[in-house]
Design a protein around this ligand. Structure first.
Ligand SMILES: *Cc1c(COP(=O)(O)O)cnc(C)c1O
Length: 376
């Protein structure tokens, strides 16, 4: 039996019918921009995530750019960026005209090294800092990072593209964040039928600015108080997301069950699995195994491929070593733990409604491959 790395086609019974009905009515009504679906989605997100304001936008990268622009980050401002993250986190800083400075990773949780982050804040006094809650949880020192930024007047933007539904100390991870963002890219935990994103904040003035920037800086239909761009979320997209939200608890529960299965059975194969730090309830975004020996990792990957088991590597390289970063990078704090993390990560299949037979098959193959990888 083959097991894909991800399968997005396992919709709940009735999902498609409800979707077609909604699209049919909305199309008849030419309801394509704004309207009820978008405002409903924003309201549902803000109450679910325990934040005052949710502002929908076109994608998760725009969400970061809107957050930085709304916070007044621009040309010549230093902004701290995790060295291990998706490229969009780095891009967002450059696209608002600011100067990215990378921060090394912490191997224990995949977040930024607190020591390197603190050193950069003291030395550079940056305008802003980004952290990314990778793999479905956040940093073990999330509250310390927030407090440090607050103390030094640094705007902290939390990239939550992978942490929708993750909880920390009994509340959604966004709660208490100054500004956080998410992405509705189809493979994310709350995935859309295309691109989408959102920004979250408790600050009313900031929320108004976010909303304005994402709609051409508009203050009236033909009145512009700012130069923004078009980063609106389509109404049909919002409708798809509203229907998906009806099932989000079940989807996250299913992801968490898969995580629990791996946690129970992978250790006996001898493979090391990374998990959320204390205080977190992860959303089950992805499975993160660590295979530090490159030869054994390559052998394991070849073996998984032969056996028809999908796998990934989120992410294979640090930001500072991407060819596209060279022209913009303004510094790096900390060591090279990020390189080690990137080289070690092996992601096994994880998506909602995986069957127990699939999970068992993955564990069996990993177990068998482990022998092969070991022998080589
Ligand atoms: C997916 C992702 C993004 C970008 O989201 P898009 O909607 O694809 O623009 C940003 N940061 C992280 C950490 C991501 O995983």
């Amino acid at each position: 039996m083959n097991v894909p790395f991800i399968d997005l086609k396992r919709y709940e019974p009735g999902f498609h019918k409800a979707l077609m009905e909604k699209f049919h009515l909305m199309s008849l009504d030419a309801q394509f921009i704004g309207g009820r679906e978008v405002s409903d989605l924003e309201q549902r997100l803000s109450s679910l995530l325990m934040v005052e304001h949710a502002v929908a936008c076109a994608n998760g990268t725009d969400a970061l750019q809107l957050a930085l622009r709304a916070a007044g980050v621009g040309i010549g401002d230093a902004v701290l960026v995790p060295n291990v993250t998706f490229w969009a986190t780095f891009e967002a800083v450059v696209n608002v005209g600011a100067d990215p400075v990378t921060i090394d990773a912490d191997l224990s949780d995949g977040g930024v090294s607190f020591e390197a982050f603190e050193q950069a804040i003291r030395k550079l006094q940056p305008k802003a800092a980004l952290v990314a809650h990778l793999y479905g949880w956040g940093s073990a020192r999330l509250l310390d990072l927030r407090a440090l930024c607050r103390k030094h007047g640094v705007v902290l933007v939390e990239d939550g593209a992978q942490s929708f539904g993750a909880r920390y100390q009994g509340a959604p991870i966004c709660k208490g964040a100054h500004i956080s963002t998410t992405s509705f890219y189809p493979a994310k935990v709350l995935g859309g039928a295309g691109d989408g994103g959102a920004v979250f904040t408790d600050d009313t003035e900031l929320a108004e600015k976010l909303r304005r920037l994402g709609n051409h800086g508009r203050t009236a239909h033909y009145g512009y108080g700012d130069v923004g761009w078009n980063s609106r979320l389509d109404s049909l997209q919002a409708a798809f997301l509203n229907l998906s939200l009806d099932h989000i608890d079940a989807r996250i529960a299913s992801r968490r069950e898969a995580v629990a299965y791996y946690q129970k059975h992978l250790p006996s194969t001898g493979i090391q699995m990374m998990s959320a730090p204390d205080g977190y309830e992860e959303n089950g975004y992805c499975n993160v195994c660590l295979v530090p020996d490159p030869t054994r990792k390559a052998a394991m990957e070849t073996c998984l491929k032969t056996e028809g088991i999908g796998f990934g590597n989120i992410y294979p390289s640090v930001m500072s070593k991407q060819p596209g970063a060279v022209a913009y990078l303004k510094g790096h704090f900390g060591g090279q733990a990020g390189d080690q993390l990137c080289a070690s990560v092996l992601n096994l299949p994880l998506f909602p409604y995986m069957t127990e037979a699939e999970l068992r098959r993955v564990v069996d193959v990993v177990s068998a491959c482990k022998e092969v990888a070991h022998v080589r």
